[in-house]
Design a protein around this ligand. Structure first.
Ligand SMILES: *Cc1c(COP(=O)(O)O)cnc(C)c1O
Length: 443
């Protein structure tokens, strides 16, 4: 397992994160437990700023909070001075509740509802990234009713296949997101937005996909956008060019993303050169990293329960969580690595399929984990679970969602309490009153 950030093996042979012993954390808070290395999250925020400062461009970095959206992370992002990219009313609600400055929030999504758009307009958020013609009409009518204007960016699909899993590609033409560049939809959308008094056209947005390891896809997409602007020079000067997120991280040892300095640096350099050679003013460059801010900072701790040997075939090691706290392996065969956090110095001499406890054969967290000979009661740590883990957590099999900690300099801070069984019934109403009495008398 890769030791990211402040993760290390301490004098007792235990995995330690942010100066905290994970064996102690698991005992105190129970398992499954998601532990975030706070210093590493902050470092990742700063590395984006650093590269863009060095490039000498105007920029805005917004954390795509769908990767992990809670009050604590939103507040941390605010402290780091980044913006926030939300994709739903629930994320916007969380951001506003956390006190995040609305002018630094922008709103994405391919099917924003009337209520969500009203909420965004009422909160005076920084911008809406409009995705389709229905949304243009809807937002315009809301703005007319409320006598307001809104900054908008147009989301375009540049027709680029980023080299990544099919389910996490979004930049290709056959996508549910955005206005298609090749068919002329973008021009129609642009006309529509520019001709309305209700919109202030800010610029163009694109997002290629996720877990992208090099700058090539970004550069190809930028070339498409440049061609588009050449055909539509009347939109110059463009105030904002939003190139989305998708910067890759290391889940397993084979993952080899180029350093951010290279991917981001080369991408920015390409924009600068392309605009300069045409004597176009350089727009403000926006980026929306999600995974690369929080992914490697998260580690999930599980207690090992049952072990099953299928002779000659496979050893199964079952943990007390699974697809309820990490859906990614079941959803798109995502790969992870693990270690025994309580015996971190011991040699890996066995191969296990790490199975979750949910009633799905596909609930396998890791197909081939190299570990020491494991026992029931060992503590299993899975690294790089910080993005799209807790945010996709669910209550399948009525599993309560795990607790979440931030750790830093030997101190832990509980930022999400473990869900309790009674929380599972919070929104439920019994079919008849006798049951209600029964439920209440049991409490
Ligand atoms: C998901 C998403 C992001 C973030 O992607 P990561 O891979 O987490 O960096 C950014 N922008 C948009 C529009 C997205 O949909």
């Amino acid at each position: 397992m890769i030791l990211h950030g402040t993760s290390r093996i301490n004098q007792w042979g235990h995995l330690e994160i942010g100066g905290c012993d994970t064996v102690y954390l698991a005992e105190k808070y129970g398992t499954p437990l998601i532990v975030y290395d706070e210093a590493l999250i902050r470092e990742r925020c700063r590395s984006f700023i650093q590269v863009l400062e060095r490039a000498g461009v105007r920029y805005h970095v917004a954390y795509a909070c769908k990767a992990f959206c809670t009050l604590a992370i939103v507040q941390l992002i605010d402290e780091e001075g980044l913006g926030l990219d939300v994709v739903s009313g629930g994320e916007l609600y969380t951001a506003l509740h956390a006190g995040f400055p609305p002018e630094r929030i922008h709103f994405h999504g391919n099917n924003k509802s009337k209520e969500e758009l009203e909420m965004a307009v009422d909160a005076n958020i920084g911008a809406v990234v409009v995705d389709n013609f229905h949304e243009i009409d809807l937002l315009e009518s809301i703005l007319t009713f409320k006598r307001k204007r809104m900054n908008v960016l147009l989301r375009i699909t540049p027709g680029i296949h980023a080299s990544t899993h099919r389910y996490i590609q979004t930049g290709q033409e056959d996508s549910k997101f955005g206005f298609d560049l090749a068919s002329g939809q973008v021009e129609m959308a642009l006309d529509r937005v520019l001709s309305s008094q209700k919109f202030h056209f800010m610029g163009i947005h694109m997002h290629l996909g996720s877990q992208i390891f090099g700058e090539e896809g970004f550069i190809a997409a930028i070339d498409k956008i440049i061609q588009f602007i050449e055909k539509n020079e009347s939109i110059l000067p463009i105030n904002v060019l939003n190139l989305g997120g998708g910067f890759g991280i290391r889940y397993v040892s084979e993952d080899d993303p180029k350093p951010l300095e290279t991917v981001l640096g080369e991408t920015v350099l390409h924009v600068k050169r392309s605009f300069a050679s045409r004597k176009w003013p350089l727009p403000e460059l926006w980026f929306e990293p999600g995974r690369s801010i929080v992914g490697e900072a998260g580690t999930t701790l599980y207690r090992v329960g049952s072990l099953k040997r299928v002779p000659g075939i496979r050893n199964y090691l079952a943990v007390d969580g699974g697809m309820s706290d990490n859906l990614r392996p079941a959803l798109y065969q995502a790969k992870y690595e693990a270690m025994l956090a309580n015996r971190a110095n011991e040699k890996n001499e066995e191969e296990y399929a790490v199975a979750g406890k949910l009633c799905e054969s596909g609930d396998i967290l890791i197909l081939n984990a190299r570990l020491p000979h494991a026992h029931s009661g060992d503590l299993l740590a899975v690294s790089s679970t910080g993005a799209y883990g807790y945010s996709m957590a669910n209550n399948y099999n009525r599993m309560p969602r795990p607790a979440v900690l931030f750790v830093k300099e030997g101190r832990e801070k509980l930022v999400v309490r473990r869900e309790r069984y009674e929380d599972l019934l919070l929104n439920e109403l019994p079919l008849n009153d006798s049951l209600q009495q029964f439920v209440h008398s049991k409490e």
